[in-house]
Ligand binder design. Sequence first.
Ligand code: GRF
Length: 221
Amino acid sequence: MTRPRLVVLVSGRGRNLRALVEAIRDGRIPAACAGVISNRAEAPALAYARAMDLPHFVLSHRAFATRAAYDAALTARLRALGADFVALAGFMRVLGDELVGEFEGRMLNIHPSLLPKYPGLDTHRRALAAGDVEHGATVHFVTRELDGGPRVIQGALKIHPQDDAETLAARVLEEIELKIYPQALAWLARGELRYGAGAAWFRGRRLDAPLSMEHLEEGFR
Ligand code: GRF
């Protein structure tokens, strides 16, 4: 049986991309990385894709007059790559309804907050400003509601008194994101994670709340 084809969309450093590619290459995610697409030519994530000999493409939003034209070009590229699944990994563009609709149930995103808290940007600073005791990250299906799709898995950690936005972001990334995202993609690639009737389903059970770090399998902890 051919492995499902995963395309990863990036804009920045590519730490999540690296974790996903490593999990694919060591067999923990039963998928093939069909390509990496960045909206920024200078993204270090793209250099990583090149170094790993992955098909990689720049789709700069500055080259398109409208959001619709950009999304049409991105959709065409995803189709050309035969994308079965799409992972947004630090991708800093909001995708339009048509593209999201075409990939609904097949597109995941990782967001650095305990959704539904802090959708949008600057999440670590907002959690600190609110005096929150804990913070974390969430993997969710991408739907038309920005950062609002059905949550799959969420990890939380305690905010330290000496934390600032940079130290907090680094701990959320290292201790949570780089674990929950490969795990979620493994479940998706195996068919254990599905989307239906506006909800996430895990091993046949509707997820009314996201899974947690306790659900991480041995190889993802
Ligand atoms: C991560 O913090 C992720 O949660 C957010 O953007 C950042 C991407 O970092 N979506 P990287 O490009 O994966 O290093």
